[in-house]
Design a protein around this ligand. Structure first.
Ligand code: NAD
Length: 483
């Protein structure tokens, strides 16, 4: 489908700095992953643009922090209303540049709008406390203040949800922002920033950079003492690099990194429900999600039934251009698709058997067949191995103890899942899973009021929920002598 033919216009392709759209140091081409065709030339920033964006954010910070919470909330509500009015443009932009099917883009849009609304509602509910010191004699007063100008670095896999989840919390907390979009999905971020500006957000509060050399932004800004916070979603490798870059300046850092999501199906589970949720959890966004079901761990008693039904449904998934009615779109890039040839070799060399899929599609665009690889039992090849692809691996296990042990054999700790009809078992297992999130009889967990995040290699801090806003606040304590 031709974007222009749909009657929907392309968002801004420039950088947004200090209240105006500005050109970059040059441009880079943006491609549609569904057919490889060029969509637009995007402004490419360098270190001077990054500094200009931080200058603007630092100048705007005191005024934005001082603004009454109700006034900030009103602006965010206006942003939310405008966002809703522009729903069709958001959905089409996301599908165009990220490849995800329109139905998924629509779901992401609705969820993102709900996140912005939730953050708007929280703006006037940031509370402090007043209590007595433990031995009496003085009072303990706490209050919360915005941490300061923030750098938000977003990935391409959920181009709208990621900027809303970060910027929504930062703005609600009273912080100004410099967002660096993912190179592959700049337009969705541009449309969101444009929406905030049209809603009346003051100059300098929301700035936006695009670049093919992200290190120019991070190396410049993380060394600048005015930057007080970085919030990043992406790979563990880059997360670790950002921690090192911010170390000298002790930059407050939140990291939402990768995962190797164990998806446990116990012997008493509703197998049909588990199959449906495994499909959603694994093949949504062509498997390019940090919370995707990476290792499907099934009690041997029900594994043949589960695998038969799962493979049948996976082989029926319709793959194609996200603008058409399909279940699975393309991978984000040729690079992401091409690495899967090695992945399949790695899995089969380790004893995995391909039950369906396993190949790239012979057509323009970066498509890979929805794939299921079965192992005979737990296998270390998939521990610490984030597939980020439409490839599911299935491992039969001998009961809940082995399921738990295999699930916890991981340096990651983001999302995990348990399917069982026994709630006591589910809670016991949920408590022992070394993961930041546990879905019990459900494969999708994102929700504005819930703290999203992981342990170990999966990151530091939480996004959304009350915790998500406090990531952008400092706690101040005042000792008050009374009488
Ligand atoms: P990445 O970590 O390289 O990119 C994520 C974001 O970080 C992008 O905006 C990118 O421009 C930026 N970035 C990269 N290097 C940077 C630097 N030196 N300084 C500042 N920003 C920098 O991830 P990718 O290459 O796009 O994808 C590779 C892998 O990362 C995936 O296969 C997956 O494992 C993981 N990933 C995870 C998530 C997630 O949701 N947690 C999202 C995207 C990618």
């Amino acid at each position: 489908m031709n974007f222009q033919a749909s009657g929907i216009s392309l968002p801004q392709t420039s950088l947004f700095i200090d209240g105006e759209w500005r050109p970059g140091a040059g441009v880079y081409p943006l491609f549609n992953p569904a057919d490889g065709a060029q969509i637009a030339d995007i402004a490419n920033c360098d270190a001077t643009h990054a500094l200009a964006a931080l200058d603007a954010a630092a100048r705007a910070q005191p005024g934005w922090a001082r603004l009454a919470p109700r006034a900030r909330a009103d602006l965010m509500h206006a942003g939310h209303r405008l966002m809703r009015e522009r729903g069709a443009q958001f959905v089409h932009t996301m599908t165009l540049e990220s490849g995800k099917p329109l139905t998924e883009a629509r779901a992401e849009f609705n969820l993102s709008a709900d996140f912005l609304l939730w953050f708007a509602e929280q703006t006037a509910h940031i509370h402090g406390s007043f209590s007595n010191a433990s031995h009496g004699g003085f009072r303990v007063v706490t209050t919360h203040q915005p941490v300061g100008p923030c750098l938000l670095i977003t990935p391409w896999n959920f181009p709208l949800l990621m900027i809303v989840r970060k910027a929504g919390a930062a703005l609600a907390a009273g912080c100004t922002t410099v967002t660096k979009s993912a190179q592959e999905t700049p337009l969705t971020c541009a449309l969101f920033v444009q929406t905030l500006i049209d809603a009346g957000f003051p100059k300098g509060v929301a700035n936006l950079l695009h670049t093919t050399t992200p290190s120019a932004v991070s190396e410049t800004l993380l060394k600048d003492r005015r930057l007080r916070k970085v919030s990043f979603t992406g790979s563990t490798r880059v997360g670790s690099l950002l921690l090192r870059l911010g170390a000298d300046n002790i930059v407050n850092t939140s990291l939402e990194l990768g995962g190797d999501g164990p998806f446990i199906v116990l012997a008493d589970a509703d197998v049909d429900l588990a199959v449906d949720h495994a499909i959603m959890c694994k093949f949504r966004n062509a498997g390019q999600a940090c919370v995707a079901a990476n290792r499907i761990i099934v009690d041997r008693e029900v594994e043949p039934d589960f695998t038969d039904k799962f493979v049948k449904k996976v082989s029926e998934l319709k793959v194609g251009d996200g603008m058409d009615p399909v279940d699975v779109g393309p991978m984000i890039s040729a690079r992401q698709r091409d690495r899967l040839f090695d992945t399949i070799n790695q899995l089969t060399s380790a004893g995995g058997k391909v039950l369906t899929g396993g190949r790239a599609l012979q057509r323009p665009g970066y498509f890979f067949e929805p794939t299921v690889v079965r192992f005979d039992g737990p296998n270390p090849v998939m521990c610490d191995n984030e597939l980020f692809a439409p490839i599911a691996t299935v491992f039969p296990v001998e009961g809940p103890r082995q399921a738990l042990e295999f699930a916890n054999t991981s340096n990651y700790g983001l999302a995990s899942y348990v399917f069982t009809r026994d709630l006591t078992q589910a809670i016991a297992m949920g408590e022992q899973l070394e993961f930041g999130m546990v879905g019990i009889n459900r494969g999708i967990m994102a929700e504005p009021a819930a703290p999203f995040g992981g342990t170990k290699w999966s990151g530091i801090g939480r996004e959304a929920g009350h915790d998500g806003i406090y990531e952008f606040l400092e706690t101040k304590y005042m000792a008050l002598t009374v009488g």
